[in-house]
Design a protein around this ligand. Sequence first.
Ligand SMILES: *Cc1c(COP(=O)(O)O)cnc(C)c1O
Length: 714
Amino acid sequence: MAGNETGKLPQRIGRIEDVAYNLWWTWNPSARALFKSMDMTLWRETNHNPVRMLGKMRAADLRDRAKDPAFLQAYDSVIAQFEEYTAPDRATWFKRSHPEHQGMIAYYSAEFGVHQSLPIYSGGLGILAGDHCKTASDLGVPLAGVGFMYPEGYVQQRLGIEGWQQNHYERLDRASSPVRPACRPDGSPCVLTLDIGGWHLKIAVWRVQVGRVPLILMDTNVEGNDLRDREVSNRLYGGDRSTRLRQEIVLGMGGLRVLRELGLDIRLFHINEGHAAFMLLERLRELVAQGRSFAEARRVLSGEVVFTTHTPVEAGHDVFEEPLIEEYFKDFWPSLGLDREAFMGLARVPGEDGWNMTALALRLAGRTNGVSRPNGEVCRKMWRKLYEGRPAAEVPITHVTNGVHLPTWVCQSMAEVYDLHLGKDWKERQDDPAMWARIAKVPDEAVWEHHARRKHDLMNFIRSQVRARWMRDRIDPMQVLAHGSMLDPDALTIGFSRRFAPYKRATLILRDLGRLRQLLLDPWRPVQLVFAGKAHPADDGGKKLIQQVYNLAKDPEIGGHIAFVEDYDMHKAHYLVSGVDLWLNNPLAPLEACGTSGQKAAVNGVPNLSILDGWWEEGYNRQNGWAPKATTHLPEGERDDADAQGLYDVLEEQIIPLFYDRGRDGVPHGWVRVMKESIQTVGPVFCSDRMLKDYVAQLYLPGKLARKEATVAA
Ligand SMILES: *Cc1c(COP(=O)(O)O)cnc(C)c1O
């Protein structure tokens, strides 16, 4: 609990608590600086969590701050910005462009990545949801997120000496997190009972404020629920099939009841991936209960729902066995006026068994999209089977390419370069190519100096992580090496950080060790690799890949040229995407839905070396990074080798020579040209303002929502 509740916070600076409880501070540089200036040590110790920091500060220190004129001046300025930003009558982009719009959009997602202090995300899908909410807040799009307040969050990663990922969970200390109970319009805390198929369970509801956008987060760890029910919301992607089903029932059906209970005027639903698709059934039930036939209800529903599908990887789509579905829904389908066959038919894929959540959503949502141009194509091909085998081009799945929230992902020192050279209002004009074109005029030295500083920060950060781990656990000295304590700040540093899902092929670059070793150990032009990423807690395949990287990182011969940074999260991502020299991505095409980490790197002036897939297929222009030759025409078994050789070729022939080609001033001017090109071309297109404006124009706008009957999936 922060200061006010304990009466510790002096009144003069009392509103700092409102800022601490609104994650707006995470993307406002003055607010961040204000917290940091309160107590640098505690700020670090709490992993940049102001709620916890305020709770830990001594009353005497807080009183000192309240008397310090410099602090008060900064405080007043932050509060003024905060009030202006959150003012209900603020003339936001959305208000100006769509003054006629009424009501809210509910955005459902199983994960939300908003800040490292809320571990309710696992990777790109969650970060996308977080960036979507932050952008909605900036642009004034009236949106509310719906998800879970997982008490144990997502897995934390510790690596043993053998490099095996040990799954570690920590209970979230809610009192020192930016989380408050969600209240009904009358001010009472919202707790409700979900009753489905004779299963009763209580749901508590929490609220996290993300600028102007509320996240409504459910939690079943509630007095009155039995142990099994308490565990429903325990962990993100934890538990067995039946827990997963219960979780999704709560997310979808519980989520809608909660929105009603909170009295929000929801006019549109956006479902981020299939996990929340049960909300469609609950909405149908409402519509039928109002007296409509099922067919009418379905038509209305279709006009209210946007569904975004992401992964083409089979395991990414939830399929439940029909008997399990029957257990929960046999008393439910009559309320839709359906029998078992018709009900099960809503989520069946022709020729396959089981209840498929993605099929359910594709059938019932009026508008559906993939998350990059190639992903749109892949999804249309993949789901033709739901549309009577129509040609892929006629399958009604469009695409909106993901973008990243620049105020979150552009590091502070690069933001200062932009402030100076692009104009103070660069964040408001982020989707304007003309504004970004000014980067060409920035002196190379300024860009390079910024990057050198940032790289230095990354190395320091990595060392401080290793030091902390050594102090706490007395890890083996070989692990101190493997975790990156010996990295060379001058060597070409390649970053690879993301979930260790097999299709992302984290170990591809290790495939020809002989060739790689020559690159790493070159005395004049050394290269080093920094890896980070978690495997899903139940994915032994992913854990083996981590182990393979780790064993090389410990190898005395390669010693220090490969590092594995433990426990990847948003905090570490900030350092990595801006502090390495080159961002590597090598998925097995076309399985990367979009891949947003490369966008984060690019807007920080870190060029991409990536296989052509996902967003890079749209973003690559031959001058803003590198792409090895495509190998999609080869048989599957030959592609790993061919792709790996392609990476080494580009590294040897183009990347390494360019990086080490220094002018007399020590600046690699050719390299800086790629950095600038990367900023200039990626900034305006792969920013989240562009993304959200696309969603509004193509998928959200009410007039466009109703889709012709003929295109509704059979
Ligand atoms: C951006 C981000 C991702 C997504 O990375 P991809 O390369 O798109 O898979 C994953 N994890 C974290 C912590 C991120 O910040």
